[in-house]
Design a protein around this ligand. Structure first.
Ligand code: KG4
Ligand code: ZN
Length: 344
């Protein structure tokens, strides 16, 4: 069985993982998050430099974690897109160098397919049909998913403006909470009342697209609320909890509707916002009530990492996919329709 090395550098995490036959053998992660904190968001040039610096040490750390040597690697998979161009280039160049030096095949893969594949490391192969809810910093989509690698992935909806994670990051800034916003709102919200402020549930009216997402209006509603004089008994924690509740309510409501519409009984929630405690608990509550199986990766595999890229690479290798063309480059913007980018 081939051991696949996965390399992820689409944003501010340098991730490396090793997967064989659906099993995670080991991984390592370096992050430049702290360097971006004072700018309130990821600075592409800083992220790219940090990837260059972290790449070899992270490969070594992942090898040590997996108790492997480079000679054991039988294939390399790398995030080719979507993501920050400068950051993607570092991973793609490194992956090409490793694949060439080791004489093994190279697969350029779609970052979001990696997010979905992360779940298979914990819960095994996906069922024949499932609904995927991707909620990350750059994407919010409902997908109709079959096997992830062979059958094209169908987009049921995509956000019309901000992604869910982006809304968390922007609202955290409005509330004076730290970057990245998702984890800090999640923490702050624990002490808050989710019913304190009735924030809008975007695109849930009878004339709205039933599966559509939009978060920019919700962000503006929080901004307006914060600007105006308000009831002094309402705390930042209350506002954070109320905002988080609105996002969790909308994404889980629409994901369950997609399951009903497609007559599918498995929901897979992936991406950074799948780490959110309220999204997880409300999704579980609603799936239990509807008789739908919920699959969510363990917390550390929700946000960007190398294991998920190794996982999707492993699925491609086992499916007999042909390696990517040697001249493929990074593709910063690309819709998810299949696991592999730049196939032969
Ligand atoms: O999937 P990811 O690591 O990177 C992208 O592919 O975008 O997602 C990062 C996003 C950020 O916006 C971050 O604030 C959000 O996921 N996030 C969370 C939580 N942890 C990370 N959002 C809500 N609650 C969390 N616990
Ligand atoms: Zn991601």
């Amino acid at each position: 069985m081939t051991i696949v090395m996965g390399i992820e550098t689409s944003c501010d995490e340098t991730g490396v993982g090793f997967v064989r036959d659906g099993v995670l053998l080991g991984d390592a992660l370096a992050s430049s998050m702290d360097e971006h904190a004072r700018f309130g968001g990821v600075v592409p040039e800083i992220a790219a430099r940090a990837h260059v610096q972290a790449m070899i040490p992270t490969v070594r750390a992942a090898l040590a974690d997996a108790k492997l040597s480079l000679d054991d690697v039988g294939a390399v998979a790398v995030t080719a897109g979507p993501g920050l161009a400068t950051a993607l280039h570092v991973g793609v160049a490194a992956a090409k160098a490793y694949a060439l030096a080791l004489g093994v095949p190279l697969y350029g893969v779609h970052h979001l397919a990696g997010h979905a594949a992360a779940d298979t490391l914990e819960h095994g192969p996906l069922p024949d049909r499932s609904i995927g809810l991707i909620v990350s910093g750059g994407h919010t989509s409902l997908l109709y998913v079959r096997d992830l690698v062979r059958t094209p992935i169908v987009h049921l909806s995509d956000t019309m403006d901000d992604a869910a994670g982006e809304a968390f990051d922007k609202v955290a800034r409005l509330l004076g909470l730290g970057y990245p916003g998702g984890p800090s709102i999640d923490r702050e919200a624990r002490a808050g009342d989710p019913t304190a402020v009735a924030f809008p549930r975007p695109l849930t009216g009878s004339n709205d697209p039933a599966l559509g997402f939009s978060f920019s209006g919700l962000k503006t509603a929080v901004a307006r609320y914060v600007e105006r004089p308000r009831d002094p008994s309402i705390t930042v924690a209350d506002i954070a909890a109320s905002f988080q509740e609105a996002v969790a309510d909308v994404v889980t409501r629409k994901a369950l509707l997609a399951c009903r519409q497609q007559d599918v009984d498995t929901l897979v929630i992936v991406g950074g916002v799948a780490a959110n405690s309220r999204v997880r608990s409300l999704a579980q509550e609603r799936c239990d009530a509807a008789g739908i199986e919920l699959r969510v990766p363990p917390l550390r595999l929700c946000t960007d990492n190398g294991a998920m890229i190794a996982a999707i690479g492993d699925l491609l290798v086992r499916d007999g996919a042909r390696p990517s063309r040697p001249d493929f480059g990074a593709i910063p913007t690309i819709e998810l329709t299949g696991a592999q980018l730049a196939s032969a």
